[in-house]
Design a protein around this ligand. Structure first.
Ligand SMILES: *[C@@H]1O[C@H](CO)[C@@H](O)[C@H](O)[C@H]1NC(C)=O
Ligand SMILES: *[C@@H]1O[C@H](CO)[C@@H](O)[C@H](O)[C@H]1NC(C)=O
Ligand SMILES: *[C@@H]1O[C@H](CO)[C@@H](O)[C@H](O)[C@H]1NC(C)=O
Ligand SMILES: *[C@@H]1O[C@H](CO)[C@@H](O)[C@H](O)[C@H]1NC(C)=O
Ligand SMILES: *[C@@H]1O[C@H](CO)[C@@H](O)[C@H](O)[C@H]1NC(C)=O
Ligand SMILES: *[C@@H]1O[C@H](CO)[C@@H](O)[C@H](O)[C@H]1NC(C)=O
Ligand SMILES: *[C@@H]1O[C@H](CO)[C@@H](O)[C@H](O)[C@H]1NC(C)=O
Length: 275
């Protein structure tokens, strides 16, 4: 107890009236509390990280976290990302892996593509995809995403081919939009193998380019904006299974504004809201 050893060095301390002495003691107690709590290691640990090879070096932060680079308390359990060998973040949604192209923290959505169709390894033949289920507890396909059907083992229709089929390398994989009725009829007669279904955000630049860009999904997790605008970093307590706001000096359940009796930070919040 530092203050006990410090206080007697005030030679005139015991000559102060009791009330003043109490104030001095309270002051020292507060000072030690502040210095003891001034560093929150979880705040530092949850600094945003990148996978590295991502062309736009997207910063990964709550509810996402990179399993190999960040602690799991920095994100929500289903939002753990891995990094591909070429440095793109990979998300696991209900056991299917997707390349993360872009995360939009502002409206809680992300654009993902199927690794085999991301144009990263165009020399490889395309193996049948798992049919896309469309949702999990945390992720749901955003509205207005277009359906694309992939027909494996086609011989004709080369103008719609996106590559060779891993099922039979001399045959191709044909990709068609779900509303391309005429070509769908042709492909249905032509293919020898599997059909799988996926989504794309839009038709800009043709189906191959659209598959590379991928489609949008919305995610569901606690909105981080109040915690982050108060200077904190969002996180998750796995034992309590609940949201946490890691402030530079402490852990809060909501944001770094809400420390009881701290009028200054509340004033700052009011000022920020007025701006
Ligand atoms: C990611 O974060 C770093 C450090 O905070 C910053 O310098 C960089 O501009 C950020 N990158 C993007 C794409 O926002
Ligand atoms: C995806 O996550 C599930 C659990 O949610 C796990 O069982 C599976 O192994 C993961 N898949 C990969 C390839 O990491
Ligand atoms: C998160 O909260 C902020 C402020 O409360 C709000 O402006 C924003 O629209 C919310 N974001 C989402 C995705 O709901
Ligand atoms: C979220 O916002 C981004 C731009 O910031 C936009 O491109 C994207 O379409 C939006 N997501 C959804 C699901 O509307
Ligand atoms: C996804 O989010 C966007 C923008 O936030 C919203 O307009 C849209 O209705 C959502 N779609 C689904 C399927 O939840
Ligand atoms: C692969 O396709 C070629 C050309 O259509 C065909 O001759 C061959 O029998 C097929 N191979 C298998 C294993 O189905
Ligand atoms: C995927 O869905 C299509 C159309 O619904 C179906 O014909 C096909 O058998 C499914 N493929 C797999 C691999 O489940």
């Amino acid at each position: 107890m530092k203050q006990r050893t410090l206080l007697p060095t005030f030679s005139s301390f015991y000559s102060f009236p009791l009330v003043i002495r109490s104030y001095i003691i309270i002051f020292f107690l507060l000072l030690t509390r502040i210095t003891l709590c001034s560093v929150n290691p979880k705040f530092q640990a949850c600094e945003p990280k990148t996978c590295g090879g991502d062309t736009n070096h997207q910063n990964i932060s709550f509810p996402f976290y990179i399993i190999s680079k960040q602690n799991s308390y920095c994100g929500v359990p289903d939002f753990g990302l891995t990094c591909s060998h070429d440095g793109f973040p990979i998300v696991n949604i209900s056991g299917a892996l997707y390349t993360v192209q872009n995360i939009f923290y502002n409206n809680q959505s992300l654009r993902v593509s199927i690794p085999a169709l991301s144009g990263l390894r165009t020399t490889e033949c395309i193996a049948p995809l798992r049919n896309f289920t469309g949702h999990s507890k945390r992720f749901i396909v955003a509205s207005k995403q277009k359906q694309v059907l992939l027909f494996y083992g086609c011989e004709n229709m080369q103008e719609h081919s996106i590559g060779c089929s891993a099922e039979n390398r001399t045959r191709s994989v044909v990709a068609l939009y779900g509303d391309d009725v005429e070509n769908l009829k042709l492909a249905t007669k032509n293919y020898r193998g599997t059909v799988s279904v996926t989504r794309v955000e839009d038709e800009k630049g043709g189906v191959e380019e659209a598959l590379r860009r991928g489609f949008l999904m919305n995610w569901t997790a606690k909105n981080c904006s109040e915690c982050s605008s108060s200077g904190g970093r969002c996180g998750f307590d796995e034992e309590e299974y609940t949201f946490r706001c890691y402030c530079p000096d402490r852990i809060d359940s909501e944001s770094c504004y809400s420390q009881p009796g701290n009028g200054w930070t509340r004033q700052k919040k009011v000022l920020q809201q007025l701006q």
